[in-house]
Write a protein that binds this ligand. Sequence first.
Ligand code: GLN
Length: 379
Amino acid sequence: ANSIFGALDTTIFETMSRMAAEAGAINLGQGFPEGLEPEEVVEAAIAALRSGPHQYPPMAGLPALRQAVAENARRFLGLDVDWEKEVLVTSGATEALADAFFGLLEPGDEVIVFEPAYDSYQPIIRRAGAVPVPVRIAPPDWGVPFERLEAAITPKTRAFILNTPWNPIGRILDDEELRFLADLMLKHDLVAICDEVYEHLVFDGRQHRTLFALPEVRDRVVRIGSAGKTFSVTGWKVGYITACEALLKPIMRAHQFVTFTTPPALQAAVAFGLNLPDAYFDGLRAELQGRRDLLVGGLRAAGFDVENVEATYFAIAATGEAKSDDVAFCRAMTFEAGVTAVPLSAFYGKGDMRSHIRFCFAKREETLRAAVERIVAWR
Ligand code: GLN
């Protein structure tokens, strides 16, 4: 399977879910929620399946969903988006990412990838013939390293991929970081691919910030969202891209040959969901925030050093000096404690950042309590 583009390995999330199943462990590894699916959105999908249509919807997505994506961005982020020219529906953010890489990159282009990075970025950038250039961020502050970032830029740099709110570290980029990135985009003529699938999952009254909101760079930004996260239905695989027409056109050309379309009933249901009143979005945040507090509090009580979590489904914890191999630690915790997490090294191309593990807290309270009890008993 090795080629000049590099091997496509089994994703860490699948690997850890299989390990959890084999051990009968509580799975806090793979990032998916438990018991949060909004009933009215599920009902909307059922109604749409009953009524049809069942044939190929328009290649760019149902107008109702594209309008809802634009309207939701206006309501929550104050963005001004032309739904007809600037919104594309995809089969999940995963497809959106692939379309963006295939549509915008030429062989030999370099793409800055901030690490820890979601595991699909680098393999697909390579398959597009481009070169991922990792810029790593690290403890204790997990901040964007301005100098190292600028040093990584060459005349071949075409884009960077940015994930805010950030899986796995649970951070939101702040205004100073976004300002720096925007200036860099202008100075070096770069495009930003912004994976914002956790845009609605922000806590403690914080605000998600997007580069798309900065007028000087708006037309250089590809903004990606996912219904999987916003409506706690990760199996649905409905995503969306917002970008100016000039960027969206080549992305759409890739999309027409990757999936072409996305199931229409699910698109209709997601359109309905995006138009739900603020109370839905506030409720989701509040519920997840409570779950975060439960898991983070429990892990800290068990002696883990856990980073603060501003957003996302995830909390990261240091494994501690005695057990400083994250992969071995996750395996041991799965088989000995009966709780599965994900090693953070999976988010680093070289696999050498071995000091932390990631827990998903988007689970039912009883699941989280049981996991904490097992970990306390084990440590
Ligand atoms: N995004 C999820 C995570 O980070 C999992 C996605 C997947 O399993 N491919 O855990």
